[in-house]
Design a protein around this ligand. Structure first.
Ligand SMILES: [Zn+2]
Length: 154
């Protein structure tokens, strides 16, 4: 009769014998290699999207997934550029947004800057409160998806 602890040790040994350490190393390497090349290709295509865009040299660039338009005359331009979703909202409400105001993407797609997808918050506290409410409504599973958009703030 074995104690629970000994039984556990025996079980783990038995599991370990299924594959030699070398075989397991090879398997994990091939898995890792595959994952790396696929994600690398994806990352490359994301990086290239901005430069392939015909508008790239005409005042449009994409930074961290956000479309930026050249608006050197804008009071809150950064390096001459303003985020497109803020410009769309400004055009909609016919005034310049203050830096405290946050424009949220309703469907979570930060490349979709149609006015129907945008929602204005007076500040980031109100904006984050909205995200918290979304999380509570959708449940735990979507937390990761939501926090991805949070990193960018909007
Ligand atoms: Zn948001």
């Amino acid at each position: 009769m074995h104690s629970a602890e000994t039984r556990e040790k025996i079980r783990q040994k038995a599991l370990g014998r299924k594959h030699t350490p070398e075989a397991r190393q090879k398997m994990s390497e091939s898995r890792r290699g595959k994952a790396k090349s696929e994600s690398f290709k994806r990352a490359l295509s994301v990086r290239m999207r901005g430069t392939r865009n015909p508008c790239y040299k005409q005042g449009k660039k994409i930074i961290h997934g956000y479309v930026h338009l050249l608006r050197q005359e804008h009071p809150y331009s950064v390096g001459g550029y303003v985020k497109e979703h803020r410009l769309v909202m400004e055009d909609h409400i016919q005034r310049v947004l203050s830096p405290e105001e946050v424009v949220h993407h309703i469907n979570g797609d930060i490349s979709d800057n149609s006015i129907d997808n945008l929602m204005l918050f007076p500040n980031n506290v109100a904006h984050l409160r909205h995200h918290a409410q979304l999380r509570a409504g959708r449940g735990y599973k979507n937390r990761t998806a939501n926090s991805r958009y949070h990193k960018q703030g909007e």
